[in-house]
Write a new protein. Structure first.
Ligand code: AMP
Length: 447
């Protein structure tokens, strides 16, 4: 490859000037999960291909067209995970978590890989926040998962959002529904794409999420699964709705939602943006997968979960002008002249950093003027200059870069004086705050 090597199409670098945004939404996700009793699980980025064939399903778009699959040097078929649930279930079984108190509630932040056509909000490497609840059959578990996702979006400040729910029934309902779909699509055989033609026999429901424009237009008028669900599944779905009502969560029943992965049973749901600029963007989705644990070799055990894309969330936040916390600041730049001053700066910076402050010192050997310029550019809140005079007198001037005020500080008691100046500034800013104008994010930052 000639010239500079570029990032692979559909991947995205996160630069230091942006990474604090991701850190913020990730930390908020983990905090929200913790409030509902979900704790983090980490699984490998690659798994045996068979895991995804058996869980996501061989006739899905993800498995048929989108997986990054390769043979490793030991000639084993390996796949970069296209989603998080399969790996979480594999780990749940492998580590005997079914012997722990049930339900087991896990969450994760992971990268996922799908060979899709890159576009806004659709990447080949993307990141998901996901939660899984293993061992709860009741629709309360589904309601809790929807509530968790909903409170996360609320916390972040995404207001224009629809919660759409549906039930796709159990395998028994699915048999009847598949037969109805087969009949419907058989009449349009000539127009279906090749992949969907093969799905017609094996899994006609997957035709519903084909991305080809012709197939999706045909799918729009297909029978809907809600008309085919059994009494038990209907009761489960109705109970879910009564729990969502009790939680004051507004939702709409959308009988068109089926989700693109084979493992779902009964409840499926999506969080869809209603903001003008990102209308229709699916920020997250999930549902119940009562058959998956057994399918992957465990005992029959109900489960449900949710996953959302972090990149899509960032797009939605930026497009709707939702504020992020302030970018992290450098609290103090120590500007030095000469070797002895540098030694003092090393000592002071080490103490302040241990106390939790972000401190910058000169590592380039620049002039005082150039160091001041750099301190300004990196938005230092305070600066102090240490040269021969300051070393001799043991005193220096701590300068607030915001208003230029200066405070004398003893070099041997630096931390104490700096801390006071820093807190005074924070208290003054707090005192001037008009709380009635603050957004949720501002409040999150303050407290
Ligand atoms: P899924 O695993 O397909 O149910 O997707 C769950 C969520 O992951 C979606 O709602 C998106 O927010 C996100 N997502 C899925 N595929 C992509 C992709 N190719 N690029 C970016 N985000 C994605």
């Amino acid at each position: 490859m000639a010239g500079n090597i570029k990032a692979i199409k559909g991947t995205k670098d996160t630069l230091p000037s942006e990474s604090y945004k991701l850190q913020y939404i990730e930390q908020a996700a983990l905090d929200t999960a913790k409030a509902y009793g979900f704790h983090e699980m980490r699984t490998p980025v690659f798994e045996y291909t068979e895991l995804f064939d058996r869980s996501v399903g061989e006739t899905t778009d993800v498995v048929q067209k989108e997986m990054y699959t390769f043979n490793d040097k030991g000639d084993r078929s390996i796949t970069l995970r296209p989603e998080g649930t399969a790996g979480a279930v594999r780990a749940f079984l492998e580590h005997g978590l079914f012997n722990e108190p049930l339900p087991q509630k896990v969450c994760y932040l992971t990268s996922c890989y799908r060979y899709e056509k890159p576009q806004a909000g659709r990447l080949r490497e993307f990141h998901q926040f996901g939660i899984e609840c293993f061992g709860a059959a009741s629709p309360v578990a589904d309601a809790e998962i929807i509530a968790l996702a909903n409170s996360y979006f609320n916390f972040i400040g995404i207001e224009k959002l629809a919660v759409e729910i549906n039930s796709i029934g159990c395998p028994e309902c699915r048999k009847k529904y598949s037969a109805a779909l087969k009949e419907y699509f058989a009449e349009k055989q000539g127009e279906l794409c090749e992949t969907c033609l093969s799905r017609l026999e094996r899994n006609p429901m997957r035709i519903l999420d084909c991305k080809s424009p012709v197939c999706s237009e045909i799918a729009e008028s297909a029978p809907v699964v809600l008309d085919y669900i059994c009494d038990d599944c209907r009761e489960h779905f109705e109970k879910l709705q009564s729990y969502l009502d009790a939680l004051n969560i507004e939702y709409v029943v959308n009988p068109q939602i089926v989700r693109g992965l084979d493992y779902y049973t009964r409840t499926v749901f999506e969080f869809v943006s209603l903001d003008e600029k990102t209308k229709g963007l699916v920020l997250g989705g999930g549902g119940r997968y009562d058959g998956l644990i057994e399918e992957l070799g465990g005992a029959a055990m109900p489960a449900c979960g949710f996953a959302m894309g972090l990149e899509r969330l960032l797009i939605a936040m930026e497009e709707s002008g939702i504020p992020f916390p302030e970018a992290p600041k450098c609290n103090l730049s120590i500007v030095t002249a000469g070797e002895n001053a540098l030694l003092k700066a090393l000592e002071i910076s080490s103490d302040l950093r241990s106390a939790g402050y972000s401190v910058n010192i000169d590592t380039v050997g620049r002039s005082i003027k150039a160091q001041m310029k750099y301190a300004n550019k990196i938005n230092s809140e305070f600066t102090v200059v240490i040269g021969d005079n300051e070393l001799e007198s043991g005193k220096a001037m701590l300068k607030s870069m915001q208003d230029g005020t200066q405070t004398e500080v003893e070099l041997n008691a630096f931390e104490e004086v700096f801390e006071r100046a820093y807190l005074d500034k924070a208290v003054a800013a707090f005192g001037e705050t008009d709380f009635s104008t603050l957004t949720q994010v501002d409040l999150n930052n303050l407290f």
